[in-house]
Design a binder for this molecule. Structure first.
Ligand code: NAD
Length: 284
């Protein structure tokens, strides 16, 4: 039976380390660290994320400044706010919450965030550093997955690592981080399933990370014996939150497995605060 890889516990540990660093940084800045969070429109999911971020920020004495814009706000106005926050010397990090209304292009807008305040690590300048293995600011969910893998003490060198999901925020940056550890990385996505090959890839994974957003897309019986399974997916099924992997069956085969909820999620928000701390360390 697999051991549980609990993000909640690791998140507490990392928060303690961060909180010591933050005390020192606050003293140097002579003010609290400040995180700017921009929400456009009214979405249950972004208010859920904002509440979790605010709670974590405040528990670390970080000022969480929420900017709420109407759903019909012109893109140029959103960019104007970002540029104002870029110039604000009392502000250390900026993030634009997803989802955005259809008329706003996240990729275009996020490029206006100054790279040194890009706490999500999604600016092309920061992604470029990730490619060269020199990133201090790393996309939060991918960083959370790597932190969980480190907890298992697995040596990734030469291991067969399979990622299911190739989004810009999870799968693609995770593939770069795993390559930096000399893992052998396969990235699966919708077309892998269309080609009927998802099971083949999953079955040979010594490390499996799944970020799709479809409950049970990875069958428990596909899991290789003693694999490490990281389930990033978050799905609501019959009023319960579940991941993308069939947990019970997978747990019988894996050596480690993340629960959902309580796995990757609680760590992701701590990684956001870690990125904020890195952003401040780089400027002072
Ligand atoms: P996304 O929609 O941007 O990407 C989904 C990926 O899944 C794509 O690569 C797509 O090709 C692939 N996919 C879709 N259907 C597939 C199929 N049938 N077979 C194989 N691959 C398929 O999603 P995202 O933003 O990366 O999020 C993925 C999931 O992770 C969601 O459930 C999201 O809520 C969750 N998530 C969790 C955290 C966290 O902190 N725990 C953070 C980010 C995302």
């Amino acid at each position: 039976m697999a051991k549980l890889l609990e993000g909640k516990i690791l998140a507490q540990k990392l928060k303690q380390d961060l909180s010591k660093e933050i005390v020192g940084l606050q003293a140097k800045l002579a003010r609290p660290l400040a995180l700017e969070s921009i929400v456009v429109g009214d979405h249950a999911s972004s208010s859920l994320y904002c509440n979790a971020q605010k709670k974590t920020a405040e528990s670390l004495n970080i000022e969480y400044r929420l900017h709420t814009l109407g759903a019909a706000v012109p893109e140029q106005e959103l960019i104007g706010l970002i540029e104002r926050l870029n110039r604000d010397e009392t502000s250390d990090g900026i993030l634009v919450q997803m989802p955005l209304p259809g008329h706003i292009d996240y990729k275009r807008v996020s490029r206006f965030i100054a790279p040194q305040k890009d706490v999500e690590g999604m600016h092309p300048a920061n992604i470029g550093k990730l490619l060269f293995g020199k990133a201090k600011i790393v996309p939060c969910t991918a960083a959370a997955v790597m932190a969980l893998l480190k907890e298992t003490a697995i040596n990734l060198r030469g291991k067969s690592c399979v990622i299911v999901g190739h989004s810009e925020i999870v799968g693609k940056p995770l593939s770069l981080l795993l390559l930096d550890e000399f893992a052998t990385v396969s990235v699966c996505h919708i077309a892998t399933s269309e080609a009927g090959r998802l099971k083949d890839y999953v079955q040979q994974a010594e490390v499996l990370a799944v970020a799709v957003g479809k409950a049970g897309i990875v069958k428990g019986e596909w899991i290789k014996k003693d694999a490490v399974v990281i389930d990033v997916g978050i799905n609501r099924v019959a009023d319960k939150t579940v991941g993308d992997v069939e947990f019970d069956e997978a747990a019988k085969r894996a050596s480690w497995i993340t629960p959902v909820p309580g796995g990757v999620g609680p760590l992701t928000v701590v990684m956001l605060m870690k990125n904020l701390v890195e952003a401040v360390k780089q400027k002072i």
